[in-house]
Design a protein around this ligand. Structure first.
Ligand SMILES: Cc1cc2nc3c(=O)[nH]c(=O)nc-3n(C[C@H](O)[C@H](O)[C@H](O)COP(=O)(O)OP(=O)(O)OC[C@H]3O[C@@H](n4cnc5c(N)ncnc54)[C@H](O)[C@@H]3O)c2cc1C
Length: 248
């Protein structure tokens, strides 16, 4: 089984994000980047399927030159091949999806793993767009997966419950927390990954469909008020509800 895993390079979730001077992008100074956490579930699931059934696992990312760092991490986790589609500026989801789909057409994988969303821009558009470009079924937010006889049975998290769906391969699976516990790369594999080849490809240019007009950090101004639990506080609560909130 040949599996493609699409991985996105995002700021470490512990990073304090600031808006850049243009007011439309984030300030990238001092940011530590990682593989988007949902994509790690994709890598892990692909590796487990390969360990069970044989085949290959390819990791692909679209991004600037620095994106090779996450491909090295994927190689250290023991994917077989890493592909870097070079795009030097921040692009919209349509551009990235088109490029991922073009690579997938060429590779013709049995299965494509993506994260349920990338934890930077949180667009949640990529799996649906790639599936539309490829004409493949797509199952989103998958927290359990079984593959038997060319069919995938996937458990999806839906509001207040689970949904079980079945699709035939090839298909796209977008991964949710709980699917597995991603492995940590071992030191010898990290060392080996440093000298492994990364296939570089030029991106196909497309028009951008979405333009970011502005970006802002939400105000941290506290609008709640804390009262105590004394008798006087009840009176104060009534007064506030009446005079300030004007709801009684
Ligand atoms: C600071 C910064 C700089 C960036 N610079 C560039 C750049 O120079 N060139 C460029 O092309 N992009 C760049 N990007 C990435 C690009 O903006 C996003 O990848 C793209 O907008 C998709 O994000 P999304 O929220 O739509 O993804 P979602 O739809 O939320 O992502 C869902 C899944 O799609 C897959 N996916 C998402 N993005 C990628 C990707 N880039 N490669 C492979 N798989 C992916 C992952 O599996 C992900 O879990 C940059 C992002 C940041 C934060």
């Amino acid at each position: 089984m040949n599996i493609l895993v699409c991985i996105s390079r995002v700021p470490d979730t512990a990073t304090r994000i600031l808006v850049g001077p243009d007011g439309k992008t984030i300030d990238t100074q001092g940011i530590k980047y990682v593989i988007s956490p949902y994509d790690e579930y994709g890598i892990e699931e692909a590796l487990r399927l390969k360990e069970k059934n044989g085949g290959t696992v390819t990791a692909v990312t679209v991004g600037n030159e620095s994106s090779t760092d996450i491909l090295r991490t994927a190689l250290a986790m023991c994917v077989d091949k890493a592909v870097h589609i070079k795009a030097d500026e921040k692009k919209d989801s349509f551009f990235v999806a088109k490029n991922l789909a073009e690579y997938a057409k060429e590779m013709n994988p049995d299965l494509i793993f993506m994260g349920r969303q990338s934890v930077d821009y949180d667009s949640l558009q990529m799996p649906s767009m790639v599936s539309e470009f490829l004409g493949l079924p797509s199952v989103s937010v998958v927290s359990k997966l079984t593959i038997v006889d060319g069919k995938a049975t996937a458990e999806r998290d839906v509001e207040g419950g689970k949904e079980i769906v079945e699709v035939s391969l090839p298909c796209i699976i977008s991964c949710q927390k709980g699917l597995n516990e991603p492995r940590y790369p071992k030191l010898p594999d990290i060392m080996k990954a440093k000298s492994k080849p990364i296939e570089a490809r030029e991106a196909i240019q497309t028009e951008e469909k979405v333009t970011v007009m502005s970006m802002a950090i939400p105000s941290k101004q506290r609008i709640g008020k804390l009262l105590g639990d004394g008798d006087g506080d009840v009176e104060e609560l009534v007064r506030l509800l009446h005079e300030e909130a004007k709801i009684i």
